[in-house]
Design a protein around this ligand. Structure first.
Ligand code: PLP
Length: 356
């Protein structure tokens, strides 16, 4: 059986040594030493210079970002992402206004953003799909012109750089996920990145119930904290991330070499900065995809229709427009197995099945 992904696990002893410390201290959560260590190590690893806040998942990171930037009314967003991108907007009492995507990258199409702006629009929430950067320059110009805040859902972007800078530098806030299925994980986890000191301050009290000391509160907050156990997994994993990233690059390039004649593959925006997080292929028709997927399933190779369906079709979005590119791409895309322990033999087997 070949799954679409398998979480990376560090050598047991490395994790257990950290957990022994947790037992010694009997300090399990609430800004413990391992959480603080992770908070200083991750930005170093990523060469990220701004403010970094570790939280308990990537969805709460988006929700806190929307709250911290005080977005209300309408938020322009992409229909081609994981459901959490849209559900967070609705959960925060805002209305998602979808804008179609570009075919090559599957990222939001900046040329279509301005037409979707209304007097109620307060922000843009866009996803760097598959770890491949959005057109951040074009989005910044539009946001400045219309006084909109920008949040990037960078859940796929651990290790991605754009023009030599961490992708997390872009936007008013970038969020990410450290869920077990992501390239780097802390079992469950997520983070917010911002270059704005005041916004960072707000994020940090918001993720801790608004506490300012034991008996004083800055304002409203939620429980967005993460624990020493999660941080331990993160610290143990982080030591292996350079080699995980290198391995992924090899695997990704091998898929491309064998498959790009027969399938449309992802167009990379900045290849030297890419983190090789996902390898999607696009079929010519949905029937072709379903037929091939069945063949792969029968051979115990499990690919995923990621992302499907297009988010404008969710029953709670009130969106009646058609988003041609997103709806089409979501029907044609299949994401292939890609994880550290995927052997070369198994990868060749997947390729053989796809080309058969
Ligand atoms: C995984 C993911 C999320 C949600 O992150 P969690 O940590 O699972 O809450 C949000 N957006 C995108 C694009 C994702 O892939």
């Amino acid at each position: 059986m070949i799954p679409v992904t398998k979480p990376f696990l560090p050598p047991k002893q490395e994790l257990y040594a950290l957990l022994d410390e947790v037992y010694e201290r009997n300090w399990l959560t609430n800004s413990g030493p391992l959480v603080n260590l992770l908070e200083s190590e991750i930005p170093k690893f990523l060469n990220y210079k701004g403010h970094f806040s570790y939280v308990n998942n990537g969805t709460i990171a988006i929700q806190i970002a929307i709250k911290a930037l005080e977005l209300t009314g309408e938020i322009i967003t992409t229909p081609f992402s994981y459901v959490a991108t849209t559900s967070s907007i609705v959960w925060e009492g805002c209305k998602p206004v979808f804008v179609d995507i570009e075919k090559g990258s599957c990222n939001i199409n900046p040329k279509k953003i301005e037409a979707a702006i209304t007097p109620q629009t307060t922000g843009v929430l866009a996803t760097h799909v598959y770890g491949n950067p959005c057109d951040v320059e074009a989005i910044e110009v539009i946001a400045k012109k219309h006084n909109l805040k920008v949040i990037y859902d960078a859940a796929h972007c651990f290790g991605t750089t754009y023009k030599g800078k961490s992708i997390f530098e872009y936007g008013d806030i970038s969020t990410t996920s450290f869920h077990a299925t992501k390239l780097f994980h802390t079992v469950e986890g997520g983070a917010l990145f911002t270059n704005n000191k005041d916004v960072a301050h707000k994020i940090n009290y918001m993720r801790n119930f608004g506490h300012n000391g034991q008996e004083d509160f800055w304002g409203i907050g939620i429980n967005g904290k993460n624990s020493e156990f999660h941080a331990a997994m993160g610290i143990a994993n982080l030591k292996h991330m350079s080699s995980v990233l290198e391995k992924r690059k090899e695997q990704w390039l091998m898929y491309r070499e064998h498959l790009s004649q027969d399938f449309k593959v992802l167009e990379l925006i900045d290849e030297p900065g890419f983190n090789f997080a996902y390898f999607p292929i696009y079929f010519k028709t949905e029937e072709d995809l379903l037929e091939k997927k069945k063949l792969l399933d029968d051979n115990h190779i499990y690919c995923r229709r990621y992302f499907f369906p297009s988010l404008n079709t969710l029953n709670y979005t009130e969106s009646e427009n058609v988003f041609e590119v997103s709806e089409q791409q979501s029907k044609l895309v299949l994401t292939l197995p890609l994880f550290d322990k995927l052997s070369k033999e198994n990868q060749l087997l997947i390729i053989k099945n796809l080309l058969s």
